[in-house]
Write a protein of this length. Structure first.
Length: 235
């Protein structure tokens, strides 16, 4: 996929039409990815670009507020304490602000498109336990399956708790183990038993099947959505 540089707005030639061309070319590529139901990394990239442009505007306002101001002469004569900023926007900054104003709604439109696809797929997926669920569920296995396919993608998952100075949140890692073929004999329950024999450090693992009734890309959509579903399911 054709990426847009993180500093695309300030790099190179500062010209509205040129930056507009760069943005629209990038968004066209994002749209083609969404049509193929490839949500990641395009959706995460869109959100990151939007965040950076918003930060640019916020920092811009802070810079304006912090700049020295001069008492307005006409206001002084009228005994009013009105000030005018010493700092005046130059042409470059006006161009940048015009580009940001154009880009933000375009990015938001594509973010909403990606989120709508994401939410639709997530609502259509089913997650269910395989066998009895143990009390400890921070580690285990996830079996990813697609409609009209006998292939089962086996992942080992681990949920960690992260904490910063403000809040704590859960994160999940999923490591690919193997792909197996589901048959009359090789059932999901049998696959789980084989895993227990092979990986004895998890003698009674929490195991979930996550099923999609749509044929969607594994890495770009199925796996990221599965991570979210597991985080919601596992306490």
């Amino acid at each position: 996929m054709k990426n847009l540089s993180e500093n695309w707005i300030t790099e190179g030639w500062i010209d509205f039409e040129y930056k507009k061309y760069l943005l629209l070319a990038y968004l066209q590529e994002v749209s083609s990815q969404f049509k193929e139901v490839k949500l990641y990394p395009p959706l995460a990239d869109l959100i990151r670009h939007q965040s950076r442009l918003k930060s640019f505007l916020e920092n811009r306002d802070l810079m304006k507020d912090a700049f020295p101001k001069m008492l307005n002469e006409s206001a002084f004569k009228e005994m009013k304490l009105n000030y005018r900023p010493l700092y005046q926007d130059d042409e470059t900054m006006r161009q940048l602000e015009e580009i940001v104003a154009y880009a933000l709604p375009k990015l938001q439109l594509h973010i909403e498109e990606g989120k709508n696809i994401y939410d639709f797929l997530e609502n259509e997926m089913k997650i269910e336990p395989i066998g009895l669920s143990p009390l400890y569920q921070k580690e285990g296995y996830a079996f990813l399956s697609l409609e009209k396919s006998k292939d089962i993608y086996v992942y080992r998952y681990k949920i960690n708790l992260f904490q910063n100075s403000v809040d704590s949140f859960k994160g999940i890692m999923m490591e690919f183990v193997k792909r197996v073929r589901r048959t009359f004999v090789n059932t999901l329950e049998q696959v789980k038993l084989d895993l227990i024999k092979s990986y004895r450090e998890l003698p009674n693992p929490a195991t979930y099947r996550i099923h999609s009734r749509f044929q969607i890309p594994l890495q770009e959509s199925f796996l990221p959505i599965s991570k979210r579903l597991l985080l919601k399911k596992v306490e």
